[in-house]
Design a protein around this ligand. Structure first.
Ligand SMILES: Cc1cc2nc3c(=O)[nH]c(=O)nc-3n(C[C@H](O)[C@H](O)[C@H](O)COP(=O)(O)OP(=O)(O)OC[C@H]3O[C@@H](n4cnc5c(N)ncnc54)[C@H](O)[C@@H]3O)c2cc1C
Length: 386
């Protein structure tokens, strides 16, 4: 793939350098980065920001989400989290909008003895990777968060796991992209063949599967929003995540009084909210933080994460289509992965040279799926990808 520089020839004037399909955090951040480099960018989306990001909690948790067997994903999460402070500052400078980036860190807790045993296995693995996980005695835990239930058996601190508010982030990214010159077209793309641009970036979340044949599947997540009474900040400052009687949950406090309580992980394609899920989330949340029982329940909603067979994103050119770049499949990590995805895809567009960080996430690792499933706009049959 050759690199792209801004078009200067008059015959090229009407043709965008880059067409981005999807205006979620990933597509908008890529559009911002590309437009800021002087490329002519068009973003297609009938409902910008209406995908998974509209419900996401916004945890930036490369440490707490470092799971067994996901080394390469963990490396990418760490690389992206390291970019977050500068990314948030740059975004605020470009738009005047604070995106709720908070750095108090994350407390990982276990309610029962069994919960703690399960959590400790994961912490040992994370510490083995050299990640900053500091076990805390129960008194140390309650010194940090007095609102935790006395029943909570133990915990650990992940000081570098931060948070941002996706409902502030996505509009800010849209403003930044548009101020940099990107043009938003409020229409869906049904076939890539309908898009005329030097490079097409498919950043359509779950919509990427129909456009490319890539194995991106919806993974449903139900999530609640509560609000501290009286408009005050919640009675805790850290992101709190862990297990409560075997139920994995997280609680994300915002300065404006909101608490995000999530989330289910379901292999379903609907976005209905079920009584059972609300019950389980509330019970687990109140077990960890009893004061939540007094909070207002203001929202119960579900979204669809763009999941992949190996839980990792799909980043790079489609096999046989060097002009079509995938930036999708971010599953549970699309908010934390926004800065690194935007930088690496914008680099790839402008230089044509993939950063080594991208290597494990190339679309061709799913070549068998592509050959079997087929892309709607072009056949993959018989193609080879070196
Ligand atoms: C309950 C829940 C909690 C989450 N919590 C976190 C978290 O704490 N931290 C974290 O990092 N991640 C979290 N996530 C995951 C995160 O939300 C996603 O990974 C992220 O939103 C993916 O971004 P995206 O831009 O690729 O896709 P999306 O946010 O889904 O946006 C896709 C966009 O593409 C558009 N689109 C789709 N098809 C087409 C088409 N054919 N033509 C044009 N446009 C199209 C849609 O309208 C939408 O605007 C959570 C997700 C859920 C559901």
């Amino acid at each position: 793939m050759s690199g792209r520089s801004p078009s200067t020839r008059s015959s090229d004037r009407a043709r965008p350098d880059v067409a981005v399909v999807g205006a979620g955090p990933i597509g908008l951040a890529i559009a911002w980065r590309c437009a800021a480099r002087g490329l002519r960018v068009v973003v297609h989306d009938p409902a910008p920001g209406s995908g998974a990001s509209a419900v996401a909690a916004g945890m930036l948790s490369p440490v707490a989400e470092a799971y067994f067997g996901e080394h390469e994903l963990t490396s990418l999460l760490l690389a992206s989290a390291a970019r977050w402070p500068a990314f948030a500052a740059e975004l605020t400078e470009a738009t005047g909008v604070e995106v709720g980036y908070r750095t108090e860190g994350t407390l990982m807790v276990g309610l029962t003895g069994d919960d703690l045993a399960e959590a400790r296995r994961l912490w040992a693995y994370q510490q083995g990777l050299g990640l900053p996980v500091t076990p805390l005695r129960p008194t140390e835990l309650r010194d940090r968060e007095p609102a935790l239930a006395p029943r909570v058996r133990g915990g650990a601190l992940a000081p570098t796991d931060h948070q941002v508010d996706p409902r502030l982030l996505v509009p800010a990214l849209r403003t930044a992209a548009q101020r940099a010159g990107a043009v938003l077209v409020a229409q869906a793309v049904h076939h890539l063949a309908d898009v005329d641009a030097q490079v097409i970036v498919v950043a359509a979340g779950c919509g990427a599967a129909a456009l490319t044949g890539l194995p991106v599947r919806p993974v449903k997540g139900q999530i609640l929003r509560l609000r501290a009474p009286g408009g005050v900040a919640p009675g805790f400052r850290h992101v709190i995540r862990g297990y409560a009687d075997g139920e994995p949950i997280y609680l994300v406090p915002r300065v404006d009084g909101e608490v995000v309580l999530g989330a289910t992980v379901e292999e379903r394609t609907d976005t209905s909210v079920t009584a059972g899920a609300v019950l389980r989330l509330l019970r687990a949340g109140v077990d960890l933080l009893p004061e939540l029982a007094e909070y207002d329940l203001v929202e119960a909603v579900a979204g669809l994460r763009p999941g992949t067979p190996d839980n990792a994103p799909i980043l790079g050119p489609l096999p046989g289509r060097p002009d079509v770049l995938a930036a999708t499949g971010h599953h549970r990590h699309g908010i934390v992965l926004t800065p690194v995805t935007a930088d690496l895809i914008a680099d790839l567009v402008t230089t044509g040279v993939p950063d080594p960080l991208l290597a494990p996430f190339r679309p061709d690792r799913f070549l068998a799926d592509l050959v079997d499933g087929g892309g709607p706009d072009h056949t993959m049959e018989g193609e080879r990808w070196s």
